[in-house]
Design a binder for this molecule. Structure first.
Ligand SMILES: [Zn+2]
Length: 372
């Protein structure tokens, strides 16, 4: 709880700094832009205004995401941040398209501007301030894993480039009387549009749900497998409910000699440990019982393992258990997503094992490759 509040405060503080800085820039640029009759500077000011708006939306998103869970939303409101990231990205894209249209207009209908030393000084100062803001906001965003902050930091960089092109065209116009700002603006707006599209794609990915970070998945499985009774951890599922907030389940292999009470104890220990160490809530620890003290079962497992791995694209086989009294063999396999025909490989494996061990009832589960 304390961690979440610190993060929320950090996002809000960063966003407020960003809003105030941008409003300051908007004021200065609008004033010199109007005085110089430069559409380039005025639209640059409008662009900064969109940044202030983005930051305001980021604050609203963080506030909403911090709302406690309720009956209708038992998972909390963390995913609201994915939506606000999407909205901020859309604003970046909109600003890019606006800049593109403005530049095209100026190419078709050029207009004379009157820059002076004050214009140049203010533009230079604005670029420096904007670059500094971009570095600051992006670094904070990465630090506290806020996609929305990173997005607004990236946007600040793009704006500094846009302002630099405006400055360059003003200087060139003052020295040589050549008006380039419309063309420079065209290139820069294309850069902003590209960045907006990328940010939207990222936000959509987050909403769709992506593979859990490889490092986190491996660490959690390794941590669980450290338990002396656990043969291995598999099928780790982690759903994210906002940044840094995971809810999931895992399967573990334990000896078939353990009692329910012992298994219960180990499952509670794992849940508590993973929550404490990674802040991840494992609401289910599923059990695979593993043959012990049975040489024949071990021999059959080796043989089945060989049969399974003679196929291409097999990533994993786990949860093997042979029940002698019930005459059943069960195990899980994971086939790579890149396999040509997962279903076909799965059926072949089932048939082969059934043919080889015909006096057993064979049940093979095809697991999804959910995490590394
Ligand atoms: Zn499994």
């Amino acid at each position: 709880m304390a961690r979440k509040n610190t993060r929320e405060r950090a996002i809000i503080k960063t966003s407020v700094i960003s809003i105030l800085t941008n409003i300051l820039l908007v004021g200065f640029k609008a004033a010199v832009g109007l005085a110089a009759n430069s559409i380039a500077i005025v639209s640059d000011a409008i662009n900064n205004l969109s940044d202030a708006l983005s930051s305001a939306i980021t604050i609203i998103g963080t506030k909403l995401a911090g709302k406690p869970a309720d009956r209708k939303h038992p998972y909390g409101y963390g995913r609201i941040e994915h939506v606000t990231s999407f909205v901020v990205s859309t604003i970046v894209l909109y600003a890019g398209i606006t800049a593109l249209i403005e530049s095209l207009k100026k190419i078709i209908e050029p207009e004379a501007a009157s820059y002076d030393a004050v214009t140049i000084i203010i533009l230079v100062a604005a670029i420096v301030v904007k670059l500094g803001l971009g570095i600051f906001v992006k670094a904070r965003g990465r630090e506290i894993k806020s996609a929305a902050l990173v997005a607004s930091g990236v946007d600040a960089f793009n704006d500094a480039i846009l302002s630099t092109s405006v400055l360059a065209s003003a200087v060139i116009y003052m020295i040589w009387g050549i008006s380039l700002e419309a063309y420079v603006g065209l290139v820069v707006s294309a850069v902003i549009i590209k960045s907006g599209v990328e940010l939207i794609r990222e936000a959509i990915d987050e909403m769709v749900g992506t593979r859990v970070e490889s490092k986190l998945a491996r660490q959690i499985k390794k941590e669980i497998a450290k338990e002396p009774e656990v043969g291995g951890a598999f099928d780790l599922i982690l759903h994210d409910f906002g940044p840094n907030k995971y809810l999931g389940s895992v399967h573990i292999e334990v000896p078939d000699t353990m009692t329910v009470a012992e298994v219960d104890k180990i499952s509670r220990r794992i849940t508590a440990k993973i929550l404490k160490k990674y802040g991840v809530i494992l609401h289910t620890v599923g059990i695979y019982s593993i043959n012990t003290e049975d040489a024949e079962a071990a021999k059959i497992e080796r043989e089945v393992r060989e049969m399974v791995f003679s196929h291409d694209d097999i990533l994993q086989m786990h949860g093997f258990y042979l029940d002698k009294t019930e005459k059943t063999i069960s195990f899980d396999i994971i086939i790579d997503f890149s396999a040509e025909d997962q279903e076909k490989t799965y059926r072949e494996i089932c048939d082969e094992v059934k043919r080889r061990f015909s006096d057993y009832r064979v049940s093979v589960t095809l697991d999804v490759d959910l995490s590394d």
